[in-house]
Design a protein around this ligand. Structure first.
Ligand SMILES: *Cc1c(COP(=O)(O)O)cnc(C)c1O
Length: 372
């Protein structure tokens, strides 16, 4: 045991936190960063200017606490989402991670359980332990699919208080059919289960892919979570949000810290929402790079999963960690998600995507492991 861990364990840490390590995707200084699904196109110039102006204006009033209800932002988010939603249906926090944490604080906690279906977002079990909610591991089919029948059966059997459905799923990139959401919701009727659909990447889905937002009417236990970290290129601003029945937002008001969303955060989010045209053009470009990665990896004999996100999960590698390291040596950081034979890469700009594809092809050739 290293010294720091030994010292940590002398503290009166909660039992369920002992031995845990913090979330830690490597933050390395590498020219091409395609490891945490950021929007690498950056913030468009007009959005930068609008945010700077809005923040300057907000700075005037920073001696006062911000609007605790961030009403203007909730109205703008409702307008962005559409689907007949209004401000009463919307809640936001410092990243969707904080929204998810608040949901667990309100509906999870000691003696309660949350069901997830790995491989899925690595934050779910950490959010569970942070709120002392038991994390139960659901089963997927071979190839990581999740059918409506299987998911519903598991919810019926396990009776979790909360279910995480991630669509498109991180790290696999593949979307869930709305039939899965409907079946899970219905299966959670007896256990009064809260169903969270994490749509962090919805804007990158292929045209015509329906959102779980369409299922909200009449389903008061359903929550659809979104973020401005990915499509809106605002990972650094920390703004996530959710849409649900108005009583769900009331539940989150019970656990949020007062004034949790700073005036600067509210101003930045509003400015970005008002200037989203250029952002959405970049999303379109990212989708093209994503499709290009799938095509090119297939040509190289690898096995990319179908992706409705801004990243591609691909298999067919004999030694993924070695390939990951060699890409890093070539100045391209992607993600080793610890799944045998697989890696995950974020779709970058055309130039970054080309650098990744070229480096990868070189590595595969030098390994002489290009499948026939
Ligand atoms: C990136 C990501 C998020 C976003 O988290 P933020 O806290 O909003 O930055 C949420 N869910 C999944 C599955 C993600 O991959």
């Amino acid at each position: 045991m290293n010294d720091q861990l030994a010292r940590l364990n002398r503290l009166p840490l909660r039992t369920n936190l002992r031995g845990l390590t913090p979330y830690g995707a490597p933050q390395l200084d590498v020219p091409i960063l395609l490891n945490v699904n950021e929007n690498t196109h950056g913030v468009p110039a007009d959005v930068q200017a609008a945010i700077a102006a809005a923040v300057t204006e907000a700075a005037v009033g920073l001696n006062r606490y911000p609007d605790r209800e961030f009403t203007e932002l909730r109205e703008a988010l409702a307008e962005y989402l559409g689907h007949g939603l209004d401000a009463a249906n919307i809640w936001a926090a410092n990243g969707s991670n904080e929204v998810l944490q608040q949901i667990l604080q309100a509906f999870g906690g000691p003696g309660r359980k949350v069901l997830g279906f790995p491989p899925t977002y690595s934050m779910y079990p950490l959010l569970a332990s942070g709120t002392d909610t038991e994390y139960i591991v659901g089963q997927r089919a071979e190839g990581y699919g999740l059918s409506a029948e299987s998911a519903a059966l598991q919810v019926k059997e396990l009776q979790p208080n909360i279910v995480f459905l991630c669509s498109p799923n991180n790290p696999t990139g593949t979307g869930l059919g709305l039939d899965v959401v409907e079946a899970v919701y219905a299966a959670g009727e007896a256990s009064n289960t809260i169903v969270i659909v994490d749509e962090a990447y919805h804007e990158f889905a292929h045209d015509g892919t329906p959102s779980a937002l369409t299922l909200l009417p009449g389903r008061e236990r359903l929550i659809v979570s979104r973020t401005m970290s990915k499509a809106f290129a605002l990972a650094g601003a920390r703004i996530g949000y959710m849409a649900a029945a108005a009583e769900v937002t009331d539940a989150l008001r019970l656990v949020r810290l007062p004034y949790h969303l700073s005036a600067i955060t509210q101003a930045a989010a509003l400015a970005a929402l008002q200037h989203r045209t250029a952002l959405m053009a970049d999303v379109q470009d990212i989708k093209e790079q994503r499709d290009r990665i799938v095509t090119e990896l297939t040509r190289m004999g690898l096995k990319p999963a179908a992706s409705d996100s801004n990243y591609v999960f691909f298999g067919g590698l004999d030694s993924p960690h070695e390939v990951w390291q060699q890409l890093l040596d070539a100045g391209v950081l992607i993600r080793d998600v610890g799944i045998p034979g697989h890696l995950r890469v974020t779709a970058g700009t055309e130039r970054e995507t080309t650098a990744f594809l070229t480096a990868l092809e070189g590595i595969l050739a030098s390994q002489a492991k290009l499948p026939a």
